[in-house]
Every structure is written in C-alpha cells, then in structure tokens.
Design a protein around this ligand. Structure first.
Ligand SMILES: Nc1ncnc2c1ncn2[C@@H]1O[C@H](COP(=O)(O)OP(=O)(O)OP(=O)(O)O)[C@@H](O)[C@H]1O
Ligand SMILES: [Mg+2]
Length: 381
C-alpha cells in the first residue's frame, strides 16, 4: 500500500481539492483507494465529494463511542474509492493525544486491501500533522505560487526534517541534548541552520547522526504547484527546490502544476468533484496527469534517487505550464465563439486585470522605494 499524505503549511492552497480529485483519478485508473479526512476539526472533504456529512467519522471513533474503525470506512459513489470522513465530534488534529494519533495511524496502516491511502492533512506544522506526513517518505506538498505559500511550503518541510531528527535521536542521547538546547530558545529553532546542527551532532554523537541519515535518505517529498496564473509562475517550484537542497539537504520531485480554474467554483457549488463535473477542464486534466505519473512510477520506487529523474520532473512541469496556458486560452476562444462568453464579460475581465496590474505596480513602486532607502543606508544586495 502506498501512502500519500497531502500537506502544505499554508491553508487554502488546494490540499483537499487535490486529495479528493486525485483519489478519484487513481480509483478510475483501477487502483483501490482509501481517502482519509485528517483535517480534523475543519473537515471539508465530504463537501467536495458530495458525501452525507451526518455519518460517523474519525471524531466519533476517537470519542470512544461504540463505532468500529471498519464501520467508518465508507464506500462512495466512485468504484474503488472508499472514504474515512472526519466529523465535528473533536475540535481538531492539534488537540488529539499521542495515544489517539497512534491509534489512528495503526488502524490506517492495517488496511490491507488498498493500493493507495490518501491522507488530507490540515494546514500548519503541528506535531500530529508532521507525524502523519512522515508516515511516507514520498508525501505531497501542495503550494500556490505566492510568496507566503512557497515560504510556508518550505517551512513545512523544514519542520518535517526537524521532526525526523527528533525522532531519530534517542531520548537522553547527546544528539537529543543538542536539539534540546536549541529548543529552549523557541525562536532559534525556526532560524536554526540544519547543516550546522548536523555538524554538531556528528561531532558528539555519530551513531545518532547515522540513524538520522538513514531515515533522511528515504525522505523525498513531491511538490504540486497549484493555482498558477501564467507560465512564469512555474519557476517558483525551482526556488523551493533550491532552498530544500541548500538548507535541508533534501531533494524534491515536481509532480506537476495546476492552473487556477474558474470552473472549480461551479463544481464546488454543485457538490460534484471537478474531475466528474468537467473531466475535460484544464484542472481535471492536470489531476489526471498527476495520477498517471504516480501510477507509472509504481514500478520504480527509487527513481527519486536519480538526480536526472528529478531534474526532468521540473522540465516536464515547465512544459506543462506552457501547454496548459495555451489550453486555457483556447478554451476562452471557444467560449467566445460559442457565445458563452459575451463582450460584456470580456470587458469586465480586462478591467479586473487592469486593476490587479495597477495594484502590482503600486506594490512594486513601494518595494523599490524601500530598496533604494536600504541601499542609501549602506545595505548590500
Ligand atoms: N486550481 C484551482 N482553481 C480554482 N480554485 C481552486 C483551485 N485549487 C483550489 N481552489 C479553491 O480554493 C479553495 C481552497 O482549496 P482547498 O479547500 O482544497 O484548500 P486546502 O489547502 O485544503 O485548505 P485548508 O487548509 O483550509 O484545508 C477552495 O475553494 C477550492 O475550491
Ligand atoms: Mg483542506
């Protein structure tokens, strides 16, 4: 069974959308899939799937009510896809105990008749979220191209590496002591430079360092860049990759790009996942492409160890960004010629875009002024 935890750091970047639609795509490809809503307290997958929210879910199960785990794994309208909902019985994953977390993880890992276990995680970098993410070395991080989203994606991965370090070092070991001394000053943990910490651990406790390296060598998460607006956004993935390599000693595979697609709002409103609502849309096609990549890499689990393979994944994503942009434009042409998009709509869109450009210009002028000021004060770029 392959585990696909889906995380992000920043909220609202499309984790649940990817989790739900990718699960359907994998199920349609003949894989047996169990999709789990682990965004406890803020569950939304049932809405995307159009699933009856009144059924018992993980919250009821954890509350100790007499519900067996098997009973909360529900069949769905989609052949091969089963669903474990969250429910409103517990406030959130951040609040479940260590014992409850272990209980869920054990139950999930014991499912023995699934090809894929897809875990929709909440936003943030809480210990529980990191632990579910680390159930697999090949989890998926979804980000949008904005500065805050990419920064949060990177920080999420940095926290995952910290968590792995903490787990690899035995309690009372010298390596743990290095981390504990950093932890005393909470702020310095976020700013800590991982290669330097590892250097210190190598000196005082080489066995712990080796234990960490062993586990780290299996950690090669995959990136999905969602909500693209135009092909230029695609280079944001390279930035995250470079930071991960330089500061975390970790490589990242690019699993694919997805454009922002207005049809998603309509799909959401009608409670039908977009992949069923409009399988031909740019968004659905991007999801199918990701599912294809996952399925076709099944035979070659260690491909991520090959740097050329990873390089190619970025090249492919750039090509996808160009091609999908063309497809989006073709779609607009089609709407125009069929009359579905009126001259009035077009004028409104152009106006909105001009307004956004105006805002960007203002932001740019503001940043330039700040830069000029910093330079005049002797700040070096
Ligand atoms: N490519 C896209 N095109 C258009 N809308 C999108 C796209 N991706 C996500 N959205 C929309 O953005 C919103 C946030 O998406 P989603 O709920 O999947 O994010 P999330 O990361 O799971 O959020 P949270 O952190 O709150 O769980 C939703 O309304 C969704 O429909
Ligand atoms: Mg979500």
């Amino acid at each position: 069974m392959r585990i696909l935890p889906i995380a992000s750091g920043k909220g609202g970047v499309g984790k649940s959308l990817v989790a739900a639609n990718l699960s359907i795509a994998l199920a349609q490809a003949g894989k047996s899939v169990v999709l789990v809503d682990l965004d406890l307290g803020a569950s939304s997958l049932h809405l995307i799937l159009g699933f009856n929210a009144r059924k018992h879910g993980l919250g009821t199960y954890l509350s100790g009510a007499k519900v067996r785990f098997e009973d909360i794994i529900y069949p769905t309208d989609y052949p091969n896809l089963r669903f474990v909902p969250g429910d409103a019985e517990i406030p959130g994953l951040a609040n479940i105990s260590y014992r409850q977390k272990t209980q869920i993880a054990k139950r999930l890992l014991a499912i023995d008749d699934a090809d894929y276990l897809v875990l929709d995680l909440g936003a943030g970098t809480g210990a529980n979220i990191l632990d579910f993410f680390l159930l697999s070395g090949r989890g998926i991080v979804v980000t949008a191209p904005t500065l805050t989203a990419t920064l949060n994606a990177y920080l999420f991965l940095k926290n995952a590496v910290f968590r792995l370090m903490w787990d690899s070092f035995k309690p009372r070991s010298k390596a743990r002591a290095v981390l504990e001394s950093l932890k005393k000053d909470g702020a310095s943990l976020q700013r800590a430079y991982i290669p330097e910490i590892l250097g210190r651990v190598s000196e005082v406790d080489p066995a712990s360092r080796a234990a960490f390296d062993m586990r780290m060598s299996k950690l090669s998460p995959r990136l999905v860049l969602n909500m693209l607006e135009d092909p230029k956004d695609a280079d944001k993935a390279q930035k995250i990759r470079r930071s991960c390599r330089e500061y975390l000693g970790m490589d990242l595979e690019h699993l694919g790009i997805i454009y922002r697609d207005d049809l998603q709002d309509v799909a959401l409103g009608s409670r039908i996942p977009i992949i069923r609502y409009k399988p031909q849309s740019v968004l659905s096609q991007a999801i199918y492409r990701i599912a294809d990549k996952l399925v076709s890499s099944e035979g070659d689990e260690d491909a991520f160890l090959d740097p050329e393979y990873l390089d190619d994944s970025y090249g492919a994503a750039d090509t996808e960004a160009e091609a999908d942009f063309e497809a989006k434009m073709d779609y607009v042409e089609e709407l125009l010629s069929s009359g579905a998009l009126t001259q009035g709509d077009l004028i409104e869109t152009v106006r909105m875009q001009q307004y956004e450009l105006g805002q960007i210009r203002k932001e740019n002028a503001f940043l330039k002024a700040k830069m000029a000021k910093a330079l005049s004060q002797g700040f070096k770029v």
